[in-house]
Design a binder for this molecule. Structure first.
Ligand code: WTA
Length: 642
């Protein structure tokens, strides 16, 4: 990499081989974004060409209407790299958590056969086009097979992160009304077997699930309910390895993925077959500069959008080989990831800042044991990557040789929309980069005026948006309108992030403007945590705020108004347990404070920003003119100090 001031640019050698190397692409795309995306769409296989590229009936929009597609045909038989070339190429390498475990490798052809068998089995279970299928699986190849099998037959998959609690699973299954759930007996996490089936049994109570397909992974003891539960291996046994993909409309739903909502109820983001496919293919190709001999590793769990787009669809559409790892990054030792990179000669590594900070804390010595010289590109996602973590990652993992892409996007956007392209740059620590060609972002002040460089405002996406942007919130058009299309009217997509740009137009993300906190990259809202805490019978009220954390970025801190007479230590434990039960282990509160009252406005709204300032010990509490109960401040301060 070449350093110029505080910017980095790709070196000559890298540039020469890069798929995109000329900044002219930005100009070309900006001239006519709709035509630009149309050109990109032509790079994929369609059964029938679209009638209209982009249409807009605010707040709804469509891409490639009238076009006919199936994402699995683009992955397999009609792969743009040519089926004959791709067929016997490695698609997926799975690395189990136990060191003594065996890796599993699937070529494209093998994967296709597995997908077809399972797709045929799903049809036998009565799954039809448009039916929702719940997937509650850990990081094992069957999760990929399940997703692709659903896509193959036109069923809508809804993956639920395997570390979510039964309760969180139930809420999602109730919303999608899935009749079939795919799960596993168990999986390995930090040397232990987690009994996933037990959690699934609990989670399907009160839902419409009538069939549960169970993958045997950990051979732990599980109860199989007669008439409802089926072993994966049994139902695929006699199924044919052949099946024709169902031809889908571009605007048919490909999947629903839930993300935190402001109340306890998560929002189901709806993604469309055509637009998502086009965006997943091209963003993976250009941003990761993906070529046939690359080994791509995105460490994100499949339960999150990064897992969907970059640990599954994106690399597969490109005919690339990718890694899937079952376990924890530092198990059984802090060099596990470095070991995996070395073992498979990973070329492209995509992870979250929280992981980088964790490795930084462990120290360089764990990297030294391994050869990391196959790495070509590093990338980061999920939250702002601070300068220290950026430099550590760039220097110690990428040896100042690899471009470090800071990629910005959201569950809603379906794919990366802001980042520097590796063959062009520039890379500027703490700045994510430029909008992906063909997308138009702006930063607006409160009045909706465009902010000049250096001035912070709301990050928004302007028409024609992006083909992969969500098409709605499942069964909740009001929420869709209110969350994304109300701040600046129905023609401007509001991201909920605040940002500013520099003179070159590079964007720096400052953080969320709403009540979302990012705990180790996981997206959680304070409202969701509060609902979980409030189910405690003796807690009348609670407020959750995010507190800065060295490794996780942010951690939740809970203030509760407790009216019972248990010892405070007991209540604190119960609160943590409550969160574990309602949501899962990803969002456990770091601290719980028992207070008499919470700071509120006269209309009764909790003023979380004051709690946040009290936590950091800030003297200036900002505007407190609307505070109805100023006497609480002193008392809360005393509780925090204790
Ligand atoms: C944040 C993850 C800074 C942002 C793909 C966004 C980032 C939210 C970055 C979406 C980044 C994501 N720099 N912040 N590179 N990437 N974010 O839905 O606040 O889990 O709105 O999608 O993560 O989180 P989500």
């Amino acid at each position: 990499m070449i350093k110029k001031g505080n910017l980095y640019f790709p070196g000559k050698e890298f540039k020469k081989k890069a798929l995109v190397k000329s900044a002219a692409i930005y100009k070309e795309a900006a001239k006519n974004p709709i035509r630009f995306w149309e050109k990109l769409a032509k790079g994929l296989f369609w059964y029938k060409k679209w009638k209209k590229v982009f249409s807009h009936q605010p707040p709804y929009f469509h891409w490639f209407s009238g076009g006919k597609i199936n994402i699995t045909a683009d992955i397999f038989e009609e792969n743009r790299a040519g089926w004959e070339n791709v067929k016997n190429r490695v698609a997926l390498i799975w690395e189990p958590e136990p060191l003594e475990g065996r890796e599993r490798v699937f070529t494209y052809y093998q994967l296709l056969r597995e997908v077809n068998r399972f797709a045929n089995a799903l049809l036998k279970l009565g799954v039809k086009k448009g039916d929702r299928v719940g997937i509650y699986l850990p990081m094992i190849p069957e999760v990929i097979v399940s997703m692709l099998a659903c896509a193959r037959i036109g069923a809508v998959h809804s993956v639920v992160f395997s570390a979510f609690s039964p309760n969180a699973l139930r809420i999602r299954l109730q919303d999608t009304e899935a009749k079939v759930l795919i799960t596993a007996d168990g999986y390995y996490r930090r040397g232990k077997v987690i009994n996933l089936k037990k959690q699934a049994d609990e989670g399907v109570k009160g839902t419409k699930v009538r069939k549960m397909v169970v993958v045997k992974r950990a051979a732990n003891k599980v109860e199989m309910k007669k008439g409802r539960d089926l072993w994966w291996s049994d139902i695929i046994e006699k199924e044919s390895e052949k099946m024709q993909p169902r031809i889908m409309d571009a605007e048919d739903v490909l999947f629903i993925l839930y993300t935190s909502g402001s109340t306890g109820k998560p929002k189901g983001t709806v993604h469309a077959c055509g637009g998502y496919t086009v965006q997943a293919y091209w963003t993976t190709r250009w941003i990761f500069d993906l070529k046939p001999d690359d080994i791509f590793w995105s460490t994100a769990d499949i339960g999150w959008i990064t897992g969907h787009t970059y640990s599954c669809y994106g690399p597969l559409l490109n005919g690339a080989s990718f890694i899937m790892f079952e376990g924890a990054p530092d198990w059984p030792s802090p060099d596990r990831w470095a070991q995996v990179i070395e073992k498979y000669g990973v070329t492209t590594f995509y992870t979250a800042p929280t992981a980088v900070r964790m490795f930084e804390k462990y120290g360089k010595k764990y990297l030294k044991k391994h050869k990391l010289d196959t790495l070509q590109i590093l990338a980061s996602v999920g939250e702002p990557i601070d300068a220290a973590a950026w430099h550590w990652y760039f220097k110690n993992v990428g040896k100042e040789r690899c471009p470090l892409l800071d990629t910005w996007w959201q569950t809603e956007t379906g794919g990366i929309l802001i980042t520097s392209l590796p063959g062009i740059g520039p890379f500027k620590p703490t700045f994510t980069g430029l909008p992906f060609p063909g997308t138009r972002f702006d930063i607006l002040d409160e009045k909706g005026k465009s902010c000049p460089p250096g001035k912070q405002g709301s990050l928004v996406l302007l028409p024609p948006f992006a083909p992969g942007l969500l098409r709605g919130v499942y069964k909740n058009p009001e929420k869709y309108k209110k969350t994304y299309w109300s701040q600046y009217g129905e023609r401007i997509y509001f991201t909920s992030d605040s940002a500013y740009k520099d003179r070159r137009g590079l964007i720096r993300i400052v953080g969320r403007m709403d009540d979302v906190i990012k705990v180790a990259g996981h997206r959680i809202t304070t409202g969701e945590l509060e609902s979980a805490v409030n189910t405690h019978p003796e807690i009348t009220e609670s407020a959750v705020v995010g507190k800065k954390d060295e490794i996780k970025g942010e951690v939740p801190v809970v203030f509760v108004v407790y009216k019972g007479n248990k010892a405070s230590e007991v209540v604190k434990k119960e609160v943590v347990l409550q969160v574990r039960k309602q949501i899962g282990p990803i969002a456990l509160p770091k601290e719980v404070y028992l207070v008499e009252d919470l700071p509120k406005t006269r209309s009764g709204k909790i003023m979380r920003r004051i709690l946040k300032k009290l936590l950091t010990g800030e003297k200036d509490l900002g505007d407190t003119s609307t505070l109805a109960n100023p006497e609480t401040i002193k008392k809360i301060k005393a509780v925090i100090k204790r």
